[in-house]
Design a protein around this ligand. Structure first.
Ligand SMILES: NCc1[nH]cc(CCC(=O)O)c1CC(=O)O
Length: 328
């Protein structure tokens, strides 16, 4: 079949065509080892589901090239623009993103649709210690110990639990962060997503932190062009309904708060044993010394209403002042 890009889907020519069944589907993602391993997992599942060969194509993004603070590039969107463009121009047919890295304050391009939210992995944030260090738990860290993380959400929540720790900006791929940690010269601990360790096959336990996860944590989102019904239908087979319900609540909340990439916002939805959907969320100052909190429930298919309600609740409690006090 041949599908054309809709008018207005960027200033690009409608060039895409896909010969469904027996064809090769090109799947784009970032070039980091984590992104590539995630993409290969999605590719393998698509190949199981249909008689299609999936070719994984690594796309270097501005966020990967830039070594400094992500705020200088306008935030996490720096990981998306090139991949969106590759999809809109037909260079790739599907794209895999960590939903956590998809900004909530800028609309997605009209022509694209997240046809699948893959069943959620572990959402825990874990603290890791240098392999050779005697200290292997947060309680063992001395006052003033140095913790590496790039996420303002983690920084704020660490500040709330252990205001005596120093936190320094640390980014880069997971292996290079672990390498710097184990070199033992800079950090007493770092914080990473457990899902990223598991996906990379890194067998390191760490200490799970009792903090609220990021919106979209542990969820892979598979992006398609709306005008490719065959591909949308295929990718839809990877969609997990419960994950989609949770994501709908979390992302609607994030959008309602209009938080920018550097906003310390935490939000986590889950399906409770009684069948209700719950959403727990917090907004902090940068150091975690002030915060607002909300925790509400809804029927499982009312995720958007729940997210909008929790965002409104947080705003009523003063979230705007907390977010507004932090530069991009
Ligand atoms: N910002 C980086 C990022 N984005 C998504 C993940 C992997 C885990 C997930 O999908 O939540 C990671 C790595 C990390 O935080 O350690």
């Amino acid at each position: 079949m041949t599908a054309l890009l809709p008018a207005g889907a960027g200033a690009v020519e409608p060039v895409f065509s896909w010969s469904g069944g027996g064809g090769v589907l090109r799947l784009g993602t970032r070039t980091s080892p984590l992104a590539m391993v995630q993409a290969r997992g999605v590719a393998a599942r698509l190949e199981e589901l249909a008689s299609v060969r999936v070719e994984v194509i690594g796309i270097q993004t501005a966020g990967d090239r830039h070594r400094g603070h992500l705020g200088e590039l306008g935030g996490k969107g720096a990981f998306m623009r090139e991949i969106d463009r590759a999809l809109l121009t037909g260079r790739v047919d599907v794209a895999v993103h960590c939903l956590k890295d998809v900004p909530g304050d800028v609309p997605r391009p009209d022509g694209l649709v997240f046809a699948a939210y893959v069943e959620r992995d572990d959402t825990a944030d874990v603290m890791l210690f240098p392999m050779a260090s005697k200290v292997q738990c947060m309680a063992g860290l001395a006052p003033g110990a140095l913790v590496g993380t790039s996420a303002v959400r983690r920084r704020a929540q660490l500040g709330k639990i252990r205001p005596d720790l120093r936190v320094e900006y640390l980014r880069g791929n997971v292996n290079s962060r672990l390498g710097r940690l184990d070199a033992g010269e800079e950090f007493d601990a770092i914080v990473l997503a457990r899902a990223s360790l598991e996906r990379l096959g890194i067998d390191r336990a760490g200490e799970a932190l009792d903090i609220i996860p990021a919106v979209g944590a542990g969820v892979l989102a598979v992006d398609c062009r709306r005008v490719d019904p065959d591909i949308v239908e295929l990718v839809r087979l990877l969609d997990d309904g419960d994950t989609r319900r949770c994501v709908s609540a979390e992302r609607t909340m994030l959008h309602g708060l209009q938080g920018h990439c550097n906003s310390p916002i935490a939000g986590h939805a889950r399906l409770e044993r009684d069948g209700q959907l719950s959403l727990r969320a917090m907004v902090f100052t940068r150091d975690g010394s002030e915060f607002v909190h909300s925790h509400e429930w809804s029927p499982p298919d009312k995720g958007e209403d729940l997210g909008a309600y929790v965002a409104g609740d947080l705003l009523r409690k003063g979230a705007r002042d907390l977010i507004g006090g932090i530069p991009h």
